[in-house]
Structure formats: C-alpha cells, structure tokens
Ligand binder design. Structure first.
Ligand SMILES: C[S@@+](CC[C@H](N)C(=O)[O-])C[C@H]1O[C@@H](n2cnc3c(N)ncnc32)[C@H](O)[C@@H]1O
Length: 345
C-alpha cells in the first residue's frame, strides 16, 4: 500500500464508514451530504482526541486520486476504496474508540468509582466481566494448573494483572489499542510476570506454548470466529485450553435456539472444529449488568461532569442504554472452556 499520513488515513476511513449503520448510530443522518463539514463532524465523533488536522489531507487525497470532489461532496474513488479496505484490515476503525476510552478513563476518579460499583473492583473493565464472573475463570485456571497464558484483547492490562496475581501465572496481553497497551506496559515495570504487545486478533501469530488462551469479551471483534478459534488452538500446548466469555444476542424469537449453550455461534464453531467444550451459564449476570450500569451512571453523573469527563460518561451511558433495552429473552451469556484438538497443531 502507498504511504499515507495519519491524517490522510483518518479521512479515508471516515469517509469509508460515512454511510454505514455505525454513522447512523452515532447520530449522523443518512441524508447528510458528504461535504467537508459533515465528514469532519463524523470523524470527531469516533476519532475523538486522536483526530488530526485534516485541512491538507482533503487536498492531497484528491491529488493522489484517492478522493473525488463533485458539488462540494467527497467520494472515495475505486482506488480509494481498495486502500480503505487495506486500512480496515490493518487497523479496524473502532481502534480509536478504545484509544479514547483508555486515554480518558485513566484520569477519571468517577470512572474508577463506577468500575468498583459495577464490577466489584476497578480493573478498567470495558466488557461485562465482574468479580463474580471472573471467579469462575480463576478457578478453572487454577484447576488446570496453568502457568503461561495469553490474554487476547487485554486493554490496559489491569484485568490481565489481576488474573496473573490470582493464579500466579505469566501472561502476555495483546490488544489493538495502542493507548491501552501503552498504559499496560507501565505495569511491566513492577511486575515481571506480565508482557504486553499491540496486535490484531485477526492477524496475530503466536507460538504453540500456552496453557491458556483467553478471550475476555473480545471474540466479537473477530472477522471470522472459526479462524480465530483455529488460531487459538494452535497457540495452545498439548495440555492447553481456550477460555472465552461470550454473549449471544438474537434479533427475534425464531432464532431462540441460538441461545442454548450448545448452539451459540461460538458453540457451533467448536462443533465444526470437533472441539470438546463446557459452558458456565452467566445469562442472569449479563442481563443484570446493563441495568446496574445505567443505575450507577445515573448516580455518578454529576461526578463525571464536575471532572470534565462528560464524553466518557456519555460514551458509557449510551452503550449501557442500548444494551439495557434489549429484551431479556433475546440474550444469553456463557463462559466457554474449549479443549483444542491436538491434530490441529
Ligand atoms: C469489550 S473490550 C474488553 C476488554 C477487556 N478484556 C474487558 O473484559 O474489559 C474489547 C477489547 O478488545 C480490543 N480489541 C478490539 N478489536 C481488537 C482486535 N481486532 N485485535 C485485538 N484487540 C482488539 C479492544 O481494544 C478492547 O480492549
């Protein structure tokens, strides 16, 4: 791919996502013209504090024939579209969402309180895993006598460190968020059992030496769950296991069978790969999670605002609102333990 400035990459990706559900979800109407102002506005939404100055980028991208401009509206050329696809494969557009989250949360006392109240401990959790849910994993890792683990989608590494301390294990944490990994790397200074790297779970290559591969609410970011589980199997040593927290949502009741522990998307993948698995049912915990989040966020609203962390509050609130309004009967959640098939290595 040709070399591009970060500002140019940001414009291409933003324009590429301009007419999608994601933009609608952020409040950008379908009828909006893709003019400079609207693209900048959408870019500001999802790139947040990491958005660069784009003034030159619009001009240089037109010169490079990556963008076209007609009647004030920008479009990706065919060439631009192919570059957008390469950029998406390298770095998913939601990387910035997590960079903003990990940047903002680390300076927020209100967010720390929020985590303590919702999850029982402040580990900068982003998913649903509270201390109750985590205790099942800790117990399984102890039972399996794990020593060496990889945590895929570790964020800023606080959960990783907690697991390492509770199980006396060496853990490599990987994440797409450079901001999350930068914060995580600070932990390695006082804890030699931890190591962190930026990596994309869709392209990562790992040695076959791990006792456990963890997906703590991160399989949703896989472009192909079957391939990701195959990759995780290969990273396990002969006695290793894969552990995945996995929520399954369905759109309507005709899909109800997908909520069964043996029929979620992950369970189907395991069956296709002929992997043995067990599942702990966490559905009630998952349902309660979103409602509790809303309550705690309502209570802590003024604390967030007084700190100047209104964007962080809104980010967490809007997400909680979206999921809390999902019908309970259209949701299930499990902690899966998968035994890799040794023929796959
Ligand atoms: C829902 S959060 C879960 C974080 C943490 N494990 C937890 O339970 O709170 C998803 C995490 O996956 C990371 N992530 C998203 N897409 C990824 C990818 N393609 N490769 C690696 N990490 C990714 C995000 O940066 C984020 O830290």
């Amino acid at each position: 791919m040709i070399e591009l400035e970060i500002s140019e990459q940001q414009v291409i990706t933003t324009l590429g996502w301009f007419r999608t559900r994601y933009a609608l979800f952020l409040g950008l109407e379908l009828s909006r013209k893709a003019d400079k102002q609207s693209i900048e506005e959408f870019g500001k939404f999802w790139i947040g504090d990491f958005k660069q100055d784009w003034d030159n980028a619009f001009t240089t991208l037109c010169e490079k024939k990556i963008l076209t401009l007609h009647n004030g509206e920008y479009q990706l050329s065919e060439y631009g579209d192919s570059i957008k696809k390469e950029l998406d494969a390298q770095t998913p557009f939601y990387k910035y969402e997590y960079d903003n989250y990990f940047l903002r949360e680390q300076h927020s006392a209100a967010h720390s309180r929020f985590c303590k109240e919702v999850y029982g401990e402040d580990l900068s959790q982003h998913g649903l895993i509270n201390q109750y849910e985590l205790s099942f994993l800790i117990e399984e890792l102890r039972q399996a006598n794990c020593k060496k683990i990889v945590d895929i989608g570790c964020g800023n590494g606080k959960i990783t460190e907690w697991i390492s301390q509770q199980t006396n294990t060496v853990i490599l944490g990987v994440d797409i968020s450079s901001q999350g990994i930068a914060a995580a790397q600070e932990r390695t200074k006082h804890n030699p059992k931890l190591q962190f790297q930026i990596a994309n779970l869709n392209t990562i290559e790992l040695p076959d030496t791990y006792d456990a591969v963890l997906f703590l609410d991160t399989l949703y970011y896989s472009n192909n769950i079957l391939k990701t589980i195959e990759l995780a199997c290969k990273a396990c040593n002969s006695s290793g296991y894969i552990y995945a927290y996995f929520s399954q949502w369905i759109m309507d009741e005709s899909q109800k069978e997908y909520l069964n522990a043996n029929a979620t998307i992950l369970a189907r993948v395991a069956q296709e790969l002929k992997l043995e698995f067990t599942a702990i049912n966490l559905t009630d915990s998952g349902i309660n999670h979103w409602k509790k989040k809303l309550d705690v966020l309502n209570k802590l609203h003024d604390e967030f605002i007084n700190e100047g962390n209104n964007e962080l509050w809104e980010y967490r609130y809007n997400e909680a609102l979206r999921y809390a309004s999902w019908e309970d009967k259209k949701y299930a959640r499990y902690l899966y333990t998968l035994k890799p098939n040794n023929n796959m290595n």
